[in-house]
Design a protein around this ligand. Structure first.
Ligand SMILES: [Zn+2]
Length: 449
């Protein structure tokens, strides 16, 4: 509060997380109450949910009697494709666009209140991840263009008593580094691609600040980009800034005991079910299944039993060593990770490894799959570092690495389940990126169906 002025905003720091202090029975009652409010609201206001039961549920387990909302249905019934999932048309607050790497971006809405609550939960997640009062944080998330991470994290940092540099996508690496050095930044928050861009495009002889923590979202940090950032910024710790989406808000956060891909559930915002892919029955801890989220907060487009498209498992433990009560899950992949040939599944981690040891190339890659004579053909596309000519890169070594990392690919080639495997080198910055986020589409599927 500033003396003499009213201020509707107030800091909601991690010590105000009431849910974290509840016992099991209190948690169940709390979640059940919010679930019933959500279901009644959705049923009354959104065409898609009009057949949900009118009687309140008597336990959260009864959520399994409600229909699962598959990802394609979500897309079909949200603007611009449809409106059946919209419960509050013309709501005030943020209008956002999500996705758009393939196809038309979808619309997404949040009221100012929803956005405020989301910011507080992101803040509690960043606190668990290790951002502490007194830190100086550079916010390098992509701003503008109806993209939400920049403003969500800006809002989150306001609850953490840190100094914030709203850099966004810097107009030059030189400028970004100048600001970071001037304000003695010790934490970076952003997409890996943007932080890597600052490293690669920094002028010769640049001074890099010593960074304690790099919190990323958007895409995982693969080994190549990680090494680049480690060398430039003096060996920072890497952590996820949160597992979140436009449609569902924050779903997971990391503590110091969470390895890559492991998260605590944002358990006062989300009910998570992990179900057997075929039977849709709950699956045992430690076994991979389909992740189904019910978002208890969002009212404009209610999200009830949403199959987000990720595969994951509950961590097989009673409690995380950090002492937090929210359960942990581990992401194991997307249901749509690239499948080529008859059964060869390509994972981003594998393709990242193929780049190691090839001189003159940057850490970014893209896998393009085309079809020729009804066989899948694979091209691994990479970029040079700035000021390196593509023809000087050992493209045969790159292809050879790819085959070494994917032994199944070799047998698929020999037995003609796969047409061709190639590697191609492009000049720095030549791979197509999303103009809104700077991200490269990892898998480019150009096969004829
Ligand atoms: Zn923990």
């Amino acid at each position: 509060m500033i003396e003499g002025y009213e201020s509707p905003w107030r800091r909601v720091d991690p010590s105000q997380n009431e849910f974290a202090r509840l016992d099991e029975a209190q948690r169940e009652a709390w979640l059940l109450r919010r679930l019933n409010i959500l279901v009644a609201h959705a049923r009354a206001k959104a065409e898609y949910y009009k057949d949900l039961p009118a009687e309140p549920l008597t336990s959260t387990d009864q959520i399994r009697g409600l229909p699962i909302l598959e990802n394609p249905m979500y897309r079909k019934h949200t603007p611009p494709n449809g409106t059946q999932l919209v419960a509050i048309p013309n709501s005030s607050g943020l209008a956002l666009a999500s996705g758009g790497t393939t196809g038309e971006p979808r619309s997404c809405y949040r009221t100012a209140e929803e956005q405020h609550v989301i910011a507080t939960r992101l803040a509690w997640g960043l606190d668990a991840a290790g951002i502490k009062p007194g830190d100086v944080v550079a916010n390098l998330m992509p701003p503008g263009n109806l993209w939400v991470p920049f403003i969500s994290y800006l809002g989150a940092l306001e609850h953490l008593e840190v100094r914030v540099l709203p850099i966004g996508r810097a107009y030059s690496a030189e400028a970004a580094l100048k600001w970071m050095n001037r304000y003695q930044v010790n934490v970076l928050l952003g997409y890996p691609a943007e932080i890597v861009r600052v490293v690669l495009e920094a002028p010769q002889g640049s001074t890099f600040p010593k960074i304690r923590l790099i919190a990323t979202s958007g895409t995982p940090v693969y080994e190549g980009p990680r090494r680049l950032m480690e060398q430039a910024f003096g060996g920072p710790r890497f952590v996820s800034a949160g597992y979140a989406s436009n449609d569902t808000g924050p779903m997971g956060y990391q503590c110091e005991h969470c390895n890559t891909g492991t998260f605590h559930l944002q358990d006062d915002l989300q009910i998570l079910e992990i179900l057997d892919v075929d039977s849709h029955e709950p699956i045992a801890k430690g076994v991979n299944g389909k992740m189904i989220f019910t978002q208890l907060l969002l009212r404009v487009v209610p999200v009830i039993r949403y199959a987000i498209g990720d595969i994951g498992k509950w961590v097989n433990e009673d409690h995380c060593p950090c002492g937090r009560r929210s359960p942990r899950f581990e992401l194991s992949g997307r249901t749509d990770d690239m499948l080529v040939g008859e059964a060869l599944q390509l994972l981003p981690e594998t393709l990242d490894k193929a780049l190691h040891g090839v001189a003159g190339i940057g850490p970014d890659w893209q896998l393009q799959v085309t079809s020729e004579n009804s066989l899948d053909c694979v091209t691994l596309r990479v970029e040079t570092l700035p000021d390196i000519a593509p023809h000087t890169v050992d493209v045969d070594l790159l292809r050879c690495n790819l085959l070494t990392c994917c032994p199944d690919m070799v047998s698929d080639l020999e037995e003609q389940r796969l047409g061709k495997v190639e590697a191609k080198v492009y000049p720095y910055g030549a791979l197509p990126r999303s103009p809104r986020t700077g991200k490269i589409t990892l898998f480019l599927d150009e096969r004829r169906r």
